[in-house]
Design a protein around this ligand. Structure first.
Ligand code: GRF
Length: 214
């Protein structure tokens, strides 16, 4: 079976990218990363990609007046890599319908952009998901007993797309933010490649907002 041609979009350190790269090294893994795109020139994730021999493309968002214009440039620059699906892995930009349409996977009849969010997307959207669970945000001072790592399809909202998989992570009484983040990232690194596998193997179906794992 042909491996799914995956593009990974990053903005930062790329530990999730690394876990996907590592999984892609397994001969039986059904996807491979064909390009890594960053909007940040100094992103350490670009180094990880280079070390793994994966082509990189950097398209800084500064200078573009509209999100769509930035995305148009991204789509053009990565067109040669024939990306079939995109994994957002710490990509800190809100994406528009333009990008979602460009990567809609017609062959699978599924959205082509997936994201990982370090909180329950039904409870919290946007950056600082671990701080949210710790009760560190002014608008949400309650500390949770657990948070939920969420992998979801991306739609035109911010962290609002259909949920593919969620895994609970406890927030322990003695936790500082780094403890929780460390525990959560371990789960992220396991769950994201698992979901990409399900996607690549054709085991996901969407009915309305509901994702069914076949
Ligand atoms: C992760 O917590 C991910 O859930 C969120 O951004 C962070 C990226 O971390 N979307 P890394 O760059 O993969 O280390």
């Amino acid at each position: 079976m042909e491996k799914l041609r995956l593009g990974a979009f990053i903005s930062g350190g790329g530990t999730n990218l690394q876990s996907i790269i590592d999984n892609c090294k397994k001969p039986e893994y059904p996807a491979r990363i064909v390009v890594v795109m960053s909007n940040q020139e100094g992103a350490y994730g670009l180094k990880r990609a280079e070390q793994a021999g994966i082509p990189t493309v950097c398209v800084p968002h500064k200078g573009f007046k509209k999100r769509e214009e930035h995305e148009r440039e991204i789509v053009e620059r990565i067109e040669p890599y024939q990306v079939e699906a995109v994994a957002l892995a710490g990509y800190m930009r809100v994406v528009t319908a333009y990008l979602l349409d460009a990567f809609y996977n017609h062959r699978k009849g599924l959205p082509g952009v997936i994201n990982i969010h370090p909180a329950d997307t039904r409870a919290y959207q946007g950056a600082h998901g671990y701080e949210f669970a710790m009760g560190m945000l002014a608008e949400h001072p309650q500390r949770l007993a657990e948070t939920k790592i969420t992998v979801h399809f991306v739609d035109a909202g911010v962290d609002t797309g259909p949920i593919i998989q969620q895994v609970s992570v406890p927030v322990l009484p003695d936790d500082g933010i780094d403890d929780l983040r460390g525990r959560g990232l371990k789960v992220e690194h396991r769950v994201y490649p698992e979901v990409i596998r399900l996607y690549a193997e054709g085991k996901l179906k969407i009915e309305g907002q509901q994702v069914i794992i076949l």
